[in-house]
Design a protein around this ligand. Structure first.
Ligand code: ADP
Ligand code: TMP
Ligand code: ASP
Length: 246
């Protein structure tokens, strides 16, 4: 199928969004080579990052679809683009943690790497101006990120299902899923809440099961080196496993 790129409607830190000509129900997402951290206070880039993150997102969304978890993905286009459903994004980032790391480890002064008895779900208000603050369920409702407590519960349920799928996929390539962030959007036609955005080493913490090496954006955030090689490695491992499966 031929997808013709229309005008650009948004440029973010990691992607540009375009209209798709003759298809108002879709958008084209172009994954950029840029890399940012700490709400873009730290900036970087590497060649092919966009292609790698598009490919990883595509593999993950196809895997999840096979597990009965649909996403906004319609098709991959070119080297670093994906056509997706056009959604009204919910102003919330949903984080799931299996092992304590990052901001929550720091907040409670608990050692990074401490396993959690059960996955922890957290909501952050998606608002760059405020640096995406943590919000409680009641604050999420006050801010109208969704309409009802039932929808908040649905987000948690969906996030935990995504967690199960991701644990399985990453386990199969020797990676421990420490935590991740996902976003959801609402489909205009029926109001359904759909998994959207991306799932990549930008938005997950992944630790190599044998060596404990960090295999995600923490390599950039914490100046650990080999950022590009690490993203390539994650992509290759997922691709090889996927190709064996199908
Ligand atoms: P940011 O906006 O945080 O800088 P990106 O550069 O990744 O992040 O920009 C992509 C933007 O597209 C995000 O704001 C994300 O919420 C939004 N988005 C993701 N999927 C969809 C979709 N299916 N429909 C509309 N917007 C989407
Ligand atoms: P945190 O420990 O910094 O709160 O991050 C939790 C997870 O969410 C981690 O896998 C990285 C991801 N994340 C994003 O995708 N975007 C963000 O803006 C932040 C802060 C975290
Ligand atoms: N996503 C944020 C940024 O791009 C923060 C982060 O991932 O550390 O700046």
């Amino acid at each position: 199928m031929d997808y013709r790129r229309g005008e650009m409607i948004y440029e973010g830190k990691a992607k540009r969004l375009y209209r798709v000509q003759d298809h108002p129900e879709w958008i084209l997402q172009e994954f950029k080579d840029s890399l940012t951290a700490f709400n873009a206070l730290k900036k970087g880039e590497f060649e092919n990052k966009g292609r790698i993150n598009r490919d990883i997102t595509s593999l993950v969304f196809r895997f999840l679809k096979g597990k009965g978890i649909p996403s906004h993905r319609v098709a991959d286009v070119g080297a670093n683009e994906m056509v997706t459903e056009k959604l009204e994004m919910l102003k919330v980032e949903v984080v799931v943690r299996n092992v304590l790391a990052g901001s929550t480890a720091k907040k409670f002064a608990i050692e990074e790497g401490t396993p959690l008895e059960k996955p922890l779900t957290e909501f952050y208000y998606k608002e760059d101006k405020l640096a995406d603050p943590f919000i409680s369920d009641e604050q999420a409702l006050m801010l109208k990120v969704v309409n009802t407590q039932g929808e908040l519960d649905q987000l948690k349920r969906l996030a935990l299902e995504v967690n199960k799928g991701l644990i399985e996929f990453f386990e199969s390539v020797g990676l421990k899923l420490v935590d991740f962030k996902i976003e959801f959007g609402r489909r205009a036609s029926d109001g359904a809440i759909v998994l959207a955005d991306e799932i990549t080493p930008d938005s997950c913490r992944l630790w190599d099961k044998k060596t404990g090496e960090k295999m995600d954006k923490d390599r950039f955030r914490r100046d650990l080196g080999n950022v590009k090689e690490t993203y390539e490695e994650v992509c290759e491992r997922l691709r090889q496993t996927w190709e064996k499966k199908v």
